[in-house]
Design a protein around this ligand. Structure first.
Ligand code: ZN
Length: 264
């Protein structure tokens, strides 16, 4: 395999990841993601271009601010690396195609959801709306281009995907609210499945939901058994949605074929 294209895609991922860091840091605080220029959250020093080279600046500065010496969160290089790796994996899966562009788009939104929900226990509406805009673009494109496709081929599949997944979570949230007075899933979890359903269509978005609940359940059980969390403590569900969706994009069709084969 030619290594140049994956390398370029990896570097592109690092650069995008560097922008996602800005969104992850500023969006929950209600700050603008465009201005001002990046600064050290500790001493406020404006960062120069050479302080902002993805991953490398962090290594070169040994994880400390050049100006005040305070520690830089390991989250910054982590987000950049994960974004680069996710982009390359999607390229290996889909090549340069419509599927590649829209799964990269969806996973970009979801990577920001992952880190924001993990820290703040919220999924910002701005990310849901950005995801919906991309989803609507894909939905419209497929009326003109037969290959503008990520999930199933029926035109209404994205609408069913949204209704089935968001609808299911909404129902569970409402039942939980009625019986226990608390909702197991937040409204952010309900809403983020709108762009997931719209982009992946019915089959893959339902599999995303199944995978997320499965991974979330196992992790929750593990955290309770090991005493790291209590039964009542809140565990954000967003990160599991992100992992479940990524696995569904990569293996959802194979999983479906295996599952149907088992039933027959
Ligand atoms: Zn500083």
């Amino acid at each position: 395999m030619n290594v140049l294209v994956p390398l370029l895609i990896f570097i592109t991922g690092l650069i995008f990841g560097s922008f996602f860091n800005v969104v992850i840091y500023r969006l929950p605080e209600g700050k603008s993601i465009i201005a001002p220029r990046s600064f050290c959250p500790s001493c406020g020093a404006k960062l120069k271009a050479y302080d902002l080279i993805p991953v490398f600046s962090f290594i070169f500065l040994r994880g400390k601010c050049r100006y005040c010496g305070c520690k830089i969160s390991f989250r910054y290089p982590l987000v950049e690396l994960v974004t680069g790796v996710v982009f390359v994996i999607l390229y290996i899966k889909f090549g340069l195609s419509v599927e590649f562009i829209f799964t990269v788009f969806l996973m970009s939104i979801l990577l920001m959801v992952f880190f924001i929900d993990l820290e703040h226990m919220i999924i910002p509406n701005e990310l849901v709306i950005a995801g919906l805009i991309g989803g609507i673009a894909l939905f419209v494109l497929r009326f003109w281009f037969d290959d503008a496709l990520v999930g199933d081929s029926q035109w209404y599949s994205p609408i069913l995907g949204m209704l089935a997944t968001s609808g299911f979570l909404l129902l569970v949230a409402l039942i939980g609210l009625a019986i226990y007075g608390t909702d197991a899933f937040g409204m952010g979890d309900v809403k983020i499945f709108l762009p997931i359903g719209l982009i992946l269509g019915l089959k893959l978005s339902v599999i995303s939901l199944v995978f997320s609940i499965f991974i979330g359940g196992i992790t929750g059980l593990f955290l309770i058994i090991t005493g790291l969390k209590h039964r009542k403590s809140h565990i954000p569900f967003g990160p599991f949605i992100v992992m479940g969706t990524f696995l569904s994009i990569l293996f959802g069709n194979e999983f479906f074929a295996w599952y149907v084969g088992m039933l027959l």
